[in-house]
Design a protein around this ligand. Sequence first.
Ligand SMILES: *Cc1c(COP(=O)(O)O)cnc(C)c1O
Length: 379
Amino acid sequence: MSLTTAGAPTIARYDYAAQWRAMGPDVRDDLLDVLRYGPHVLGRRLAAFEESFAAYQETGFCVGLNSGTDALVMALRILGIGPGDEVVTQANTFHATVSAIVAVGARPVLVDATADTWSLDIGQLRDALTPATKAILPVHMYGYPAPMSEIMGLARDHGLLVVEDCAQAHGATVGGRKVGTFGDVGCFSFHPSKNLAAAGDGGALVTPHVTLADKARRLRNLGQTQQNHHVENGWNTRLDEVQAVLLRAKLQHLDAWNGARARVVDAYRAGTADCAVRLQPSPPHGIAVHHLVQVMTANRDEFVEHLRARGIDAVVRYPVPVHRQPAFTDVFDADADFPVASRIAQDCCCLPVYPSMAPADVERVVEAVRSFYASDESS
Ligand SMILES: *Cc1c(COP(=O)(O)O)cnc(C)c1O
């Protein structure tokens, strides 16, 4: 544990130790069994996790993969999306969303978020559809559900496929239904930073369609239907047994952990209501799971400095929006402009949020935010 100059411990952005403490001795035994006896991949623990996650999502099938990025690539592959197709997604997303579209040879088309919700703008989405549009790829960014009823309505009207990027939104709902189950395929990441976290990389897709699930199971295992019989050209992207044990155990805590995150955010909202800092508003159509607490403020960089000087691990996520990344200079027009996404990149930073965060630490963050606006640094 590191200490601030004032001697108070740093308020970090994650608490891995607390997650491990929540695991019972059965988990430890099961992990040791995997290490001692195997199998290490494609065994019964993966099948058990996939069954549990599909049940949690209240959908037909889950297929475990080795990352959220690969879940997106896999979703696009099993839906037959490739060269000549356009996939519409949002400008305020993480690199991997766009990277997956480019990886299958399709063309990513960006639309901006709305200025009030920071979620995908339906009007702009409608305007972005062309005869080449094959799919919509909404992102439940920061853990806040996208407006899925409107998106599914547009998809139905135009005969489009829908892939949901749920990498930040395990457990978020729209009208009581889990995100990831509205579209044809929902994609999840279990990166250690996510709400449901592996001890390394991991990912999965969920789908109600058995044919899509079967295809994904084949493709993740080099296209094999049986050993040494490769019926199509897949690749290697399997969730391993160690991660499956951990994820199945942690899944039992997910709703409680998401509830704890929500209490932290409620305290931030209440404690900073009279400060010139803006939190993302609660979505009117669903329930968020607060993967990130993005806050928007003038003088963002000074704000971050102020918090860090007080031992608070505030951080700027995605300071360069996807359409400005050097990797995509050939993909997006140089003069493309997404003002809301750019503003989020320029004026937002993240306050710490994790389920085990102590009320006293939440209070310290609130006090640090308040002291920024009480001082001269804010102007
Ligand atoms: C984390 C993330 C991904 C990629 O997941 P990995 O497991 O890191 O490959 C994709 N989309 C979004 C929005 C993410 O936050």
